[in-house]
Design a protein around this ligand. Structure first.
Ligand code: F6P
Length: 417
């Protein structure tokens, strides 16, 4: 019998230039890839820059310019072909990032996708807020490779004329065009049409929380615990002396670098709570932030596991991402349970400090830095280190601050195995 497979999805972006389509497309891709869906963005602008060259006068985008239209159609089709090949060849979700501003263009894209059994969902980004558009033009467009070496004001003028060309032909997505999600002013309002199923509901939930306000996220493990000193995993041990010292140093650094208007999250385990207490700020304890559940191995050292359960130890070495401790969790499980934390992390507008655990922070880090989820078990997140992450337009900058006192590292404690 043929296996029952869920249809693959092609999200097709729609919107005028400078409406945050690429921002939304990349965020969606990062989120879906983190959840384990093989996802890729196909950005038609990049195809144009590669094949035709980046410097194009605004008249190239004028719908009355036949040569320009033909060249644009050609690159749009090239990106579409690659997207279909990706989905045919094992991809789960693709995001087609282009203006797709006419019904005719969307009908063509939809027909090509549906002919291959794909589900098409239009994601239209509309901006009524002129301040948002202006910000985007100045922050991203005027500095894009399209305007390298062009003075900012000239670039802004040309880009506005480019937008006007698209506006002259723009047709909003209509109900007769199938499934759509319209996001107005980056998630302030969402309009849904025929959006069904679990995955799409999650994407909608995710989009509801997006905003473009810059703010930082800091990740740190709790101060060294008594179990860390012994090299024992899991458990609910209190902080060691060095761990309490770190909590105090962390409090000073947070006050100096962030102030008091900071959202602090911990797990429900005492080592993170004791670390947070030193801050003297309100904090929220999430069960979802508890350390990976080591099941029957909880409280053991790695050497004890290797000795008592060599087959388990080997299986974990062989596939650390998928390996699930007996009656416990895998990294894959941890990612699934962290989803609500990601929604809240996206929604927050104030700086966030997460005081967590090694495995859980690796998973959050992989999301923030857009790293493949199966790499997350190997991300280095040492004790007594703050990871400062600053989301940028399309990525995230990282800075690591190592703070004294250094944790003990007794023999047998293999922190990063
Ligand atoms: O050793 C500290 C710790 O937080 C353990 O509680 C947890 O099992 C472990 O790190 C996770 O790291 P790894 O996946 O590398 O074993």
């Amino acid at each position: 019998m043929k296996p029952d497979t869920t249809p693959k999805i092609a999200f097709v972006m729609v919107g005028l230039p400078a409406r945050g389509k690429t921002f939304i497309a990349r965020k969606m891709a990062r989120y879906l890839a983190w959840l384990g869906h093989r996802t890729q963005v196909f950005n038609v602008g990049s195809y144009r820059r590669e094949r035709i060259g980046s410097r194009q006068h605004h008249s190239f985008f004028d719908p009355r310019n036949d040569a320009g239209q033909a060249a644009r159609l050609e690159v749009a089709l090239a990106a579409l072909d690659d997207m279909l090949a990706f989905l045919r060849g094992g991809g789960d979700v693709a995001i087609y990032d282009a203006t797709n501003n006419t019904r005719e263009r969307r009908a063509m894209v939809r027909a090509r996708c549906e002919a291959e059994g794909l589900e098409v969902v239009f994601v239209e980004s509309i901006c009524h807020d002129p301040v948002l558009v202006e910000q985007n033009i100045r922050a991203n467009k005027a500095r894009s490779p399209d305007y390298e070496g062009v003075p900012e004001e000239e670039a802004v003028r040309d880009f506005r004329l480019r937008i006007a060309h698209y506006e002259s032909a723009y047709e909003e997505v209509g109900e007769d065009e199938g499934h759509f999600i319209k996001t107005i002013d980056v998630g302030r309002t969402l309009v849904l049409h025929r959006v069904e199923g679990y995955l799409l509901a999650r994407v909608v939930h995710y989009l509801l929380n997006l905003h473009i306000q810059p703010r930082s996220v800091r990740l740190t493990r709790h101060g060294e615990s008594e179990f860390n000193v012994l090299g024992r995993i899991g458990g609910d041990a209190p902080l060691s002396d060095a761990g309490r010292g770190y909590a105090r140093t962390l409090a000073t650094i947070v006050r100096e670098r962030v102030g008091t208007d900071v959202v602090v999250w911990t797990s429900t385990l005492r080592r993170t709570i004791e670390t947070a207490e030193a801050l003297g700020l309100p904090y929220r304890s999430w069960r979802a932030l508890d350390e990976i559940d080591a099941g029957v191995c909880d409280g053991m050292t790695y050497d004890e596991i290797a000795e008592a359960m060599p087959a388990e130890y080997e299986s974990r070495q062989a596939d650390k991402f998928r390996y699930r401790y007996p009656r416990g969790e895998s990294y894959q499980d941890v990612i699934q349970r962290l989803e609500p934390v990601i929604f809240e992390l996206e929604r927050e507008r104030r700086p966030v400090l997460v005081i967590g655990h090694q495995a859980v922070l690796r998973a959050l880090y992989a999301y923030m830095m857009d790293r493949p989820p199966n790499e997350c078990p190997f991300v280095s997140i040492p004790l007594h280190t703050i990871l400062e992450l600053e989301p940028t337009a399309y990525g995230c900058d990282e800075r690591r601050i190592e703070l004294p006192p250094a944790p003990l590292d007794p023999e047998g404690f293999r922190q990063d195995t």
